[in-house]
Design a protein around this ligand. Sequence first.
Ligand SMILES: [Zn+2]
Length: 128
Amino acid sequence: MSPTGSSPDRVAEIAAEIAALGPALPGTLLQRHSRCNNPGCHCHADPPTLHGPYWQWTRKRHGKTVTRRVSTDHVDDYRHWLANHHRLRELVTELEDLALATTDQITGRTPHSTGTDKTPQNSVDPAR
Ligand SMILES: [Zn+2]
């Protein structure tokens, strides 16, 4: 019947997955090339050979961009942490959807259709 409804089981599953997720890092991992301050260096030649690539993690927070240099050794770690954050956002979104379905049930509103509704509910018909 209803794929969502109020499903405390799914909420518990999500909570467990979040707890097991590990560091969930927001932001982006970028590759950068740069010039140094030595005018005789190859990075100032024509054509220039820039230094790098360097890995950089950036994140916008409160309108400010936070930047950190990431050593090559830690690039895989950062990728993993960023993926964790992506998964965290998915899980939070799912929690929000479940919360919406639950509040709709409690308040007797017709559930917001997400395009997956197979059984149209015209009347207030809580499943109990
Ligand atoms: Zn240089």
